[in-house]
Design a protein around this ligand. Structure first.
Ligand SMILES: NC(=O)c1ccc[n+]([C@@H]2O[C@H](COP(=O)([O-])OP(=O)(O)OC[C@H]3O[C@@H](n4cnc5c(N)ncnc54)[C@H](OP(=O)(O)O)[C@@H]3O)[C@@H](O)[C@H]2O)c1
Length: 306
C-alpha cells in the first residue's frame, strides 16, 4: 500500500525554520513555508554534509490555507502571538504542532493559540544563520529533541535519512533545562556585554556565567530535570573548549536593535523559581537589565555617527 504524502506547513522560515525546511526537502517532503516577509521562490541550505537547493512554495497570508498534518512553528517566542492567524488556518483536530523555540514554556505559550492540538515541544541544538531570506547556513551538528507524545514519532520520522538528527524523549525536562542553563546564563551575559562565546575565556565572565547557571539548575531540578551538581562547570568547560566566535541569536537581535527573547530565555527562570520558593537574584538582575535595553526603552541611547 502506498501511504499518502504528509501535508506540512512551516511557520517562520528564518534561520531555524529554513534549516528544518531544508531537511524536510532533503527527506522528500514539500512543506508550505508561511512567511512574514517572503519574496523568495527557492531555498538554499548549506550544512556540514552538503547543500540543499530547491524550489519552495512560500505564502505570506493564511488566506485559502487548510488544515495540515504537521505544523512546524519556528517564529521567535515573542513573535508567537502574531503568528496566531497561521495556526487558526492550519491546525485541525488531527494536526501535530512541533514547537521549535528556545525556553521551557512551549506548551503554555502555544496551547491558548491551538487549543486541544497535539503539541510537540522541541529543544533545538543547531547553530543556524540566515544571510538572506532564501539562504541558510547550518554551522555545526543538527539535533532536535522532541517531547514524546501522540504525533512526535511520526513528526521525527519526516527527517529520516537527512542531516537533521531527531530524538524523541520521555524526559524532555532535562534537555530543555540544560539548554536553558546555557541560554539564560551565557546568552544573558553575552547580551549585556555584546560578546560572542569567546567571552568565557575571561575568568570574571566565566565565574558569573557559572553562578547564573547554578541558579537555573536549582529551578530546573525543582521542575524534575536531572541536573547533577557538577553539570554547570562541565557545560562551561564544553563551551570554552568549543568557543568559536558563535554569536547567540539573542545577541544578534540585540545588536540589530530588534526585540529579543528575554522573557522566554531569562524572565522564565525567576517566574518558575518563585513558584517553587527558589530565589534567583542573579537571573532576576540579568533579566531586568536586558529588558531595560529593549527597543523603545526609556532613555535608550542610540549609536551616533560622531
Ligand atoms: N538561530 C539559531 O542558531 C538558534 C539555535 C537554537 C535555537 N534557536 C531558537 O529558534 C527559534 C527561532 O529562531 P531563529 O534564529 O530561526 O529566528 P529568525 O531567524 O529570526 O526566524 C524567525 C522567522 O519567523 C518569521 N516570522 C516572524 N513573525 C512571523 C509571522 N507572524 N508569520 C510568519 N513568520 C514570522 C521571521 O520573519 P522575517 O523574515 O520577516 O523576520 C523569521 O523568518 C528561537 O526561539 C530561537 O531562540 C535559534
Amino acid at each position: 500500500m502506498v501511504s499518502a504524502p504528509v501535508s506540512i506547513a512551516l511557520v517562520g522560515p528564518g534561520a531555524i525554520g529554513g534549516a528544518v525546511a531544508g531537511a524536510l526537502l532533503a527527506g522528500g517532503h514539500h512543506p508550505i513555508l508561511c512567511a512574514r516577509t517572503g519574496g523568495f521562490e527557492r531555498l538554499r541550505v548549506e550544512h556540514g554534509g552538503g547543500v540543499i537547493d530547491e524550489p519552495v512554495q512560500v505564502v505570506t497570508s493564511p488566506e485559502g490555507l487548510d488544515h495540515v498534518d504537521v505544523v512546524f512553528l519556528a517564529v521567535k517566542a515573542h513573535q508567537s502571538e502574531a503568528a496566531r492567524g497561521w495556526l487558526d488556518a492550519l491546525v485541525g483536530p488531527a494536526t501535530t504542532v512541533v514547537i521549535l523555540q528556545n525556553g521551557v514554556e512551549h506548551r503554555e505559550r502555544i496551547e491558548p493559540m491551538a487549543p486541544g492540538a497535539d503539541l510537540v515541544p522541541a529543544v533545538i541544538n543547531l547553530p543556524a544563520k540566515r544571510p538572506a531570506p532564501d539562504h541558510v547556513i547550518v554551522g555545526g551538528r543538527s539535533l532536535l529533541t522532541f517531547a514524546a507524545g501522540p504525533g512526535a514519532e511520526a513528526a521525527a520520522a519526516l527527517f529520516d535519512g537527512t542531516f537533521m538528527k531527531v530524538k524523541v524523549v520521555d524526559d524532555w525536562a532535562t534537555p530543555s533545562w540544560i539548554k536553558l542553563m546555557l541560554n539564560a546564563a551565557s546568552g544573558g551575559v553575552s547580551t549585556l556585554t555584546r560578546t560572542d562565546n569567546r567571552m568565557l575565556g575571561d575568568p570574571v565572565a566565566e565565574r558569573l556565567v557559572l553562578e547564573v547557571m547554578e541558579e537555573v539548575a536549582a529551578v530546573g531540578r525543582a521542575e524534575g530535570a536531572e541536573l547533577p551538581e557538577d553539570l554547570p562547570p562541565r557545560i562551561i568547560e564544553g563551551l570554552r573548549a568549543a568557543a568559536s566566535g558563535h554569536v547567540a541569536s539573542i545577541v544578534a537581535d540585540r545588536l540589530a536593535g530588534v526585540p529579543t527573547e528575554w522573557d522566554a530565555r531569562n524572565a522564565v527562570v525567576g517566574r518558575i523559581g518563585r513558584r517553587h520558593g527558589i530565589a534567583t537574584p542573579l537571573n532576576d538582575l540579568l533579566t531586568t537589565l536586558i529588558q531595560l535595553g529593549e527597543p523603545g526603552a526609556a532613555g535608550l541611547v542610540e549609536p551616533s555617527a560622531d
